[in-house]
Design a protein around this ligand. Structure first.
Ligand code: SF4
Length: 360
């Protein structure tokens, strides 16, 4: 791996950014609900929600989550179905399950008080180096950098690093370099100022707003006109493409659901029955026979794509009007589906088809 320019703890760009960034952050920090105070529960939940998800999307979810589970105790004792329902549409449901696992550990092992040390926070389920660094610095004032994609981009541009930033060691090296410049009494603000710069000025897509950047006089990429070429990421493997056929089994005012197997993609969540491949009507009818379903009609319906991190589903669908409701499935009304069942985003479009079928 190429030797990094941020390996040196006295990197002049990083040493110089601290005060200008803190001044800028004091004047420009966005007002966000999880910034109302430094309660570690709120900061932790927000950081987990913000993984792979935009602030605008997270804000209403965060508010709903806090209304329903206002503290660690209420999260620890929540019904899983209620927890997943609040998370519905946010994706990566393992995050919600890990939040609850961690809340239960905090209740049992730490008497409900969020642990203070970086190592104890890092040991909780679903908490990696980034989240542990964020909580320990923002809530407990420790000099623990939180290095995610935003911070990697900012530091790579500041230091003019043109090696592969997707290399697993890069985040660790950036964290080590930043640790050397943390301001002792303003760890919380410094962590958040780096995040804020990455989110609002040193943008991930399109041109960064270098003219209004508080650290542009120190930025190597700005001085050499290489902002758009940094960070360098060696291209990732293309997503795997899979065909699926979704079967919307309707009987009276009910529709069939089944649970996905535990583990793996969307493990343990509810789904509409489906099969691999793009099936013809004849193939669908054979499956329905196999499931002992008597059919009134089979009609082709919408086609949807859904993109996960590593997989893309190309889904066709059929609306099937059934005469019977085999017990292998959970048959639910529209009201139950809306109020009680957490349905992954991949299947939301088909839920709307079911609602339209009821209305016809
Ligand atoms: S000057 Fe531009 S490239 Fe450099 S840190 Fe600021 S916004 Fe990013």
């Amino acid at each position: 791996m190429k030797k990094t320019v941020f390996e040196n703890n006295n990197n002049p760009q990083l040493c110089g950014i601290v005060q200008p960034l803190l001044r800028w952050y004091a004047e420009n920090a966005r007002v966000l609900p999880w910034r109302e105070n430094t309660d570690p529960y709120r900061v932790w939940v927000s950081e987990i929600m913000l993984q792979q998800t935009q602030v605008e999307t997270v804000t209403p979810y965060f508010d709903r989550f806090m209304r329903q589970f206002p503290d660690i105790q209420s999260l620890a004792h929540a019904e899983e179905e209620a927890l997943l329902k609040v998370w519905e549409g946010l994706g990566y449901y393992t995050r919600a399950r890990n939040l609850q696992k961690a809340a239960r550990i905090i209740v049992q092992k730490y008497a409900g008080r969020f642990p203070f040390s970086y190592d104890e926070i890092r040991a909780l389920p679903g908490i990696g180096a980034y989240t542990a660094g964020a909580v320990a610095s923002i809530c407990f004032g420790q000099p623990t950098p939180a290095v995610d994609g935003n911070v990697v981009r900012v530091v790579a541009r500041l230091t003019g690093y043109d090696g592969d930033t997707a290399h697993p060691k890069v985040k660790e090296q950036i964290a080590a370099a930043l640790r050397g410049v943390y301001p002792a009494s303003q760890s919380a603000d410094f962590t958040q100022s780096l995040m804020e710069l990455g989110a609002t000025v040193c943008l991930p897509r399109g041109a960064p707003k270098c003219e209004s950047c508080p650290v542009n006089s120190l930025c190597m990429a700005y001085q050499t006109g290489t902002q758009m070429a940094i960070p360098v990421k060696v291209s990732k493997k293309p997503r795997k493409k899979e065909q699926k056929t979704v079967l919307l089994l309707c009987c009276g005012d009910k529709i069939a659901l089944r649970r996905r197997e535990a583990g793996g993609l969307l493990g343990g969540l509810w789904e509409f029955p489906n099969s691999d491949g793009s099936l013809t009507v004849q193939e669908v009818r054979r499956i329905l026979d196999w499931w002992h379903i008597s059919v009134v009609s089979v009609a082709e319906s919408v086609r949807k794509k859904h993109i996960f991190t590593h997989i893309e589903w190309d889904m066709s669908s059929y609306i099937i009007i059934c005469e019977n409701m085999p017990q292998d499935f959970l048959w639910v009304t529209r009201e139950t589906l809306e109020k009680q069942i957490a349905l992954p985003s991949a299947f939301q479009a088909f839920r709307r088809v079911f609602f339209c079928t009821l209305a016809d």
